[in-house]
Design a protein around this ligand. Structure first.
Ligand SMILES: Nc1ncnc2c1ncn2[C@@H]1O[C@H](COP(=O)(O)OP(=O)(O)OP(=O)(O)O)[C@@H](O)[C@H]1O
Ligand SMILES: [Mg+2]
Length: 152
């Protein structure tokens, strides 16, 4: 059975400046598993896409001044597995399957490509999306690293 080596929880206000904070925090957190540069780049980009979605979409209709947070919960396991959960309490997604399909976007014309979920899926081993309209969205990213403490 896999064992948790380390855990991290972060709560960040939903601001685009925090995309970099989330990316850097997750990078630092997984460092002890000795990821390759490619694996680290994959994780950083996947986390960025999920956090960007919270910033751009989740709280788009919220009232001025209403609280808007992004919750990040990361774990590393002794089987070289990394899991990162990115959640919001925003508007939610009506049709997750449709939202995950390439080029689907509710974003501004020309500003969004509708490729975020596809990118996450390509960079991670598993992407799970749970969402409830009016309650929020949780994206779980899972990645298995090739080099880790088990190789040492
Ligand atoms: N956290 C979220 N809260 C609410 N809606 C979301 C959330 N994440 C994604 N969505 C919905 O899913 C759609 C697809 O997301 P995806 O990341 O694939 O594309 P995009 O964000 O529109 O464009 P891109 O990521 O290429 O800039 C979004 O347009 C939005 O409607
Ligand atoms: Mg996106």
């Amino acid at each position: 059975m896999k064992r948790i080596i380390n855990e991290m929880k972060l709560r960040l206000p939903s601001r685009s400046e925090n995309e970099g904070v989330a990316r850097s925090a997750v990078s630092a957190f997984v460092a002890e598993l000795n990821p390759t540069v490619e694996e680290l780049g994959d994780l950083r980009l996947a986390v960025s896409e999920a956090v960007t979605n919270c910033v751009v979409h989740a709280y788009r209709d919220r009232e001025e001044g209403a609280p808007a947070f992004i919750y990040i919960s990361a774990r590393i396991y002794d089987n070289k597995e990394v899991s990162v959960e990115i959640s919001d309490n925003g508007c939610g997604i009506e049709n997750v399957e449709l939202a995950r399909s390439p080029r689907y976007t509710t974003g501004e014309y020309g500003e969004r490509c509708g490729m975020g979920f596809l990118i996450m899926e390509n960079l991670c081993d598993l992407v799970t999306v749970k969402s409830r309209v009016g309650r929020g969205t949780t994206v779980l990213l899972r990645k298995y690293l090739s080099h880790g403490r088990c190789d040492e």
